[in-house]
Ligand binder design. Structure first.
Ligand SMILES: NC(=O)c1ccc[n+]([C@@H]2O[C@H](COP(=O)([O-])OP(=O)(O)OC[C@H]3O[C@@H](n4cnc5c(N)ncnc54)[C@H](OP(=O)(O)O)[C@@H]3O)[C@@H](O)[C@H]2O)c1
Length: 265
């Protein structure tokens, strides 16, 4: 059996063990979607699955994978097939960044960002898209406001999110008329574990105005279900994305660099 032919139709959410992904899982479950959750932290995934089951919904399938590893997509698709699940909605949410100058940060840590935010998202999408087309499902890719500008002080992360914005727009266009929509969720600063993993100073991170993961996830859910091409949660973030194309890089790049370097632990 392939993942496309399984009888249990699920919304697959990557990076569901915390932050935006966990809140997306809660919202999808609340709205009657059967779920498959993926991340590295087994205990946190199981706790979330139990929380959702306690609300009277079917217990989500839980798959533990390090999606930054090259075989993970193939292994995950095989796990789904073994569980008799087919993916109707794919939520590519797992991601991380590292704060600091590219030449000073750990090289493997930075190529790992590309592996997770770009390679894994692309591989999973290409593997699962035929099955999603067959059931006229949906794809939600989590990018960032960072996808709309270069990010000195967090260079690799910003570049990976530019890829996600571009890939989502292009794939959405290619799938027009197929019944499948591709939505790109572009949050700005959101209070999650993201900042700690990125190596940001907790005091600096706490001082930045941020949205809650739940508010971002709610916007994302509404957007994907409405088949919107792009969702930018929050007025400030919408404003930033609207004016960024008109700000010259000469002015923008030193500003972003100073902002990112100030946030470093
Ligand atoms: N927070 C923000 O300010 C912000 C802003 C814009 C965009 N975003 C984007 O939003 C998405 C979710 O981030 P978040 O803010 O919710 O951060 P988070 O709280 O750190 O959650 C990240 C999720 O990704 C999972 N993950 C990380 N590395 C993984 C790996 N190698 N394999 C599998 N799963 C992995 C984590 O689970 P495990 O650790 O258990 O694996 C966790 O479930 C990311 O794509 C991020 O780039 C965040």
């Amino acid at each position: 059996m392939t993942a496309e032919t399984g009888s249990r139709r699920v919304t697959l959410i990557t990076g569901a063990s915390g932050g935006i992904g966990a809140d997306l899982a809660r919202i999808f479950a609340r709205n009657g979607h059967d779920l498959a959750l993926v991340a590295r932290s087994r205990d946190r995934l199981n706790a979330l699955a139990a929380e959702i089951e306690a609300t009277g919904r079917p217990r989500p399938l839980v798959f533990v994978h390090d999606l930054a590893s090259p075989m993970s997509s193939e292994d995950l698709v095989s796990d789904l097939a073994m569980a008799g699940a087919s993916v109707e909605i794919l939520v590519n949410n797992a991601g991380y960044g590292l704060n600091g100058a590219a030449l000073e940060l750990d090289r493997a840590g930075q190529t790992g960002i590309v592996d997770l935010n770009v390679r894994s998202l692309t591989d999973l999408t290409l593997r699962l898209a035929p099955g999603i087309v067959a059931v006229r499902g949906k794809i939600l890719n989590v990018a960032s406001v960072a996808g709309f500008l270069p990010g000195p002080g967090m260079a690799v992360y910003y570049a990976t999110k530019a890829f996600v914005v571009s890939f989502s727009d292009a794939l959405g266009q290619e799938l027009r008329g197929s019944g499948v929509t591709v939505t790109c969720l572009c949050p700005g600063f959101t209070a999650t574990d993201f900042q700690a993993r990125a190596g940001m100073d907790p005091k600096m991170a706490a001082a930045v105005p941020s949205m809650s993961a739940m508010a971002v996830a709610e916007d994302g859910y509404r957007g994907v279900m409405a088949g919107r091409r792009r969702v930018v949660p929050g007025l400030m973030n919408k404003f930033a994305v609207a004016i960024l194309p008109f700000v010259p890089n000469l002015a923008l790049l030193p500003l972003i660099q100073a902002m990112q370097m100030r946030r470093r632990s």
